[in-house]
Design a protein around this ligand. Structure first.
Ligand SMILES: Cc1cc2nc3c(=O)[nH]c(=O)nc-3n(C[C@H](O)[C@H](O)[C@H](O)COP(=O)(O)O)c2cc1C
Length: 332
């Protein structure tokens, strides 16, 4: 259904790279509910080149964690080459280069979305990556730097000439960050001029919005980012909606609780009990989006220290009068 170089995928719904989120437990939980290709969060080439232990931990994977994409951030050839030496030793399925990150700490170093201002430099870096990568290479871009410099089509054509096998495009400028309307027309124009697959990103928050992205842009696939936070069911829902044009109901309260417990256990196994619980706190908040009168419980979650504390708080969800009507409505 979707082919990125030699990687053949049955599903064109892809789990986004999200820094601070897309760790191994998050990927495994999403895979359980229909996600096929998942990305790990972006890896800074400079940190990997220095063999930072934290960065190497980000690269951890598991036999069940396949197919898997890695994403590299950088702008200096020497660091990128050193990082590729390390990355090539792993069994990844695709390597994406980040030209989309809008964070100031990233762009001020000439990395991420800042490369949109220098399409030729981006193309040179992509040629180097294509030549030295063991995996098919893709690039993730935004529509442009700001509304006066929307240049995604030009950037995409340079990238295609550099030999990449797929293009991810977030239909917002760097200045727009994560707000503002997604530019569906621009994504459609990029799709028309490229021969390689175009995978769209931006507001894939529900099955309906995924359908809108496919219909309005003709894209070959979509990336699911914020829509998957505390909501791994989104993969099945989108798939069902695209096939049957019908919306599946939301998960039952019991299923939400069981999934949260499983996700917590994965976090504790992977990060250790202390860090695992701290990391899970934000997932608790996301899983309980749309639940009524959940605030007091969420406040307790911010103070939970041990896996036992967290399990007890997850169990308390049972006793809450939760707005499942609202939850289903929010998650359509
Ligand atoms: C918490 C968070 C972290 C993100 N980290 C990355 C990242 O590491 N690499 C990347 O290319 N995009 C990153 N993104 C952007 C997403 O991949 C996606 O393109 C963007 O959120 C738009 O999709 P959405 O509107 O459906 O959330 C991140 C987004 C969020 C919300």
């Amino acid at each position: 259904m979707l082919k990125i170089g030699n990687l053949k995928l049955r599903s064109n719904l892809i789990l986004a790279p999200m820094s601070g989120v897309s760790d191994l437990p998050f990927r495994l939980i999403n895979r359980k509910f229909g996600c096929e290709l998942a990305f790990m969060e972006m890896i800074n080439a400079r940190c990997l080149g220095y063999k930072s232990r934290k960065t190497e931990k980000l690269l951890s994977t598991h036999t069940k964690d396949k197919p898997l994409g890695v994403q590299l951030l950088g702008s200096k050839e020497e660091f990128i080459l050193k990082a590729l030496d390390i990355i090539n030793k792993y069994a990844f399925d695709v390597l994406d280069f980040n030209a989309a990150c809008p964070e100031r700490k990233v762009t001020r170093r000439g990395e991420g979305a800042s490369l949109l201002k220098e399409p030729k430099k981006l193309s040179t870096l992509l040629k180097i990556i294509v030549k030295n990568s063991s995996f098919p290479v893709t690039v993730k871009i935004r529509s442009g730097w700001d509304k006066n410099s929307v240049n995604a089509k030009e950037v995409a054509l340079y990238a295609q000439d550099a030999g990449i096998k797929g293009l991810f495009i977030h239909g917002r400028t760097k200045i727009q960050g994560y707000s503002a309307k997604v530019d569906y027309d621009l994504i459609g124009e990029v799709k028309k001029v490229l021969e390689i697959p175009v995978i769209a990103s931006g507001d894939i928050l529900s099955a309906g919005l995924a359908g809108k992205m496919f219909a309005e842009t003709g894209c070959d696939g979509v990336i699911i980012a914020r829509g998957a936070l505390g909501n791994p069911w989104i993969f099945k829902k989108i798939e069902h909606f695209l096939k049957k044009n019908k919306v599946l109901p939301g998960p039952s309260k019991e299923e939400v609780i069981a999934t949260m417990l499983e996700h917590l256990d994965l976090c504790v196994d992977f990060h250790g009990p202390r860090r695992g619980v701290i990391i899970f706190r934000k997932f608790f908040i996301w899983y309980t989006k749309g639940f009524r009168r959940i605030r007091p419980l969420r406040e307790k979650v911010c103070r939970a220290r041990t896996p036992e504390d967290m399990r007890a708080l997850i169990a308390e969800i049972k006793n809450h009068h939760c707005g499942f009507g609202i939850r289903c409505f929010l998650r359509v």
